[in-house]
Design a protein around this ligand. Structure first.
Ligand SMILES: [Zn+2]
Ligand SMILES: [Zn+2]
Length: 351
């Protein structure tokens, strides 16, 4: 298959900095869309993959799965897109399309394994896929999203991962107007969770360990801030929540949060992909409470979220960086020193 070489940024080993390198992109196939990448968000997973924290990284790792760009070429069977369209690509670029999950539009749970935007299996060129820290990308039409032209394209980048990761559980568990929703943890995910829950009409409580984040949480749309280290406050809110979105990215004690749930309600984990501390069965049993997990969202749901963002003018709060400053940005993400997402201006790579 014919290929073209494009500039990218990637890491050649788990302990190496990211540096400029050349990668191959396939020529456009009948169902493909070729995208000139304008912006790419920096997700915490990018760092995990570069550092091989999950043990499955293939090098070089070219991260990036919060891609915003313009269509520059379409295959002859593409019907949804044309040159010039503003589009997005998230965490997946393909899936089997045949299993039950795929048929339901839940490609993220593809029983044969979805193809990750980076570090996935490249069926076309062999080897593994390369993400959005690059000039262009070629993606199967089915996995390309339409981005509303009225929202800020830079701020839209993080919607493709941080956005859909929080939107999907809010929709799946049917959060509605008037519900009391707690968002645990105020980072890239949490700040989107607050915005979406507020836009859906919920009464939003930001649950955080740091009192310093109160003002920011309220600016994002939280009605109230609950400091989880304050036992008195936690007691006051016991058994009062209709839904909890837990975005904490590391192992932590779930029990104090479970105790906040009303009977028959759910706390959904979207952050901690690692072993958890022990849960007390009594807390679940006595109020028929649920603890669940959720990963990104399917393609139809991602489009629904982007359309909703267009209607409600919602984007992420971001800090722009040049591609050349990515290593410093990784350091700062690791220290949670960003409000709330870095987005790379891909012009900096093209110069
Ligand atoms: Zn991500
Ligand atoms: Zn499938």
């Amino acid at each position: 298959m014919s290929q073209v070489e494009v500039k990218a940024y990637g890491a050649k080993a788990s302990d190496a900095d990211l540096e400029q390198l050349d990668i191959k992109r396939r020529e456009v196939l009948p169902n493909d869309v070729k995208i000139d990448i304008l912006y790419c968000g920096v997700c915490h997973s990018d760092i995990h993959q570069v550092r091989n924290d999950w043990g499955n990284s293939k090098y070089p790792v070219v991260p990036g799965h919060e891609i915003i760009g313009r269509v520059i070429e379409t295959g002859n069977e593409v019907s949804k897109f044309k040159e010039g369209d503003l589009v997005g690509v998230g965490c997946m670029v393909d899936s089997c399309q045949e299993c039950e999950s795929c048929k339901e539009g839940l490609e993220q749970y593809c029983e044969n394994g979805m193809v990750g935007t980076y570090n996935g299996k490249d069926e076309h060129l062999g080897g593994h896929t390369f993400g959005g820290y690059s000039e262009t990308v070629v993606v199967r039409e089915k996995f390309v999203l339409k981005v509303p032209e009225n929202i800020d394209a830079k701020g839209a980048a993080p919607l493709l991962c941080a956005g859909i990761t929080t939107w999907s559980p809010l929709r799946h568990w049917k959060v509605k107007k008037g519900d009391k929703v707690g968002v645990i943890g105020l980072g890239g995910l949490g700040h989107m969770g607050v915005k979406f829950a507020a836009a859906l009409g919920a009464k939003v409580v930001m649950i955080t360990t740091s009192p310093g984040k109160s003002e920011d949480a309220k600016k994002l749309g939280a009605d109230e801030v609950l400091i989880s280290k304050d036992k008195e406050q936690m007691k006051k809110h016991a058994a009062s929540f209709d839904f909890l979105l837990n975005t904490v990215p590391v192992k932590h004690d779930l029990n104090p949060y479970i105790n906040l749930l009303k009977r028959d309600t759910t706390m959904v984990l979207v952050g901690a992909i690692e072993p958890l501390e022990e849960m007390h069965g009594g807390l679940l049993i006595t109020k028929r409470r649920n603890v669940a997990g959720s990963v990104i969202g399917g393609i139809p749901e991602t489009q629904e979220m982007l359309d909703f963002c267009g209607e409600h003018n919602i984007v992420s709060d971001i800090e722009m960086i040049d591609m050349q400053n990515i290593n410093e940005a990784f350091e700062r993400v690791t220290k949670s020193d960003v409000k709330y997402r870095f987005v790379i201006d891909m012009k900096s790579l093209k110069n």
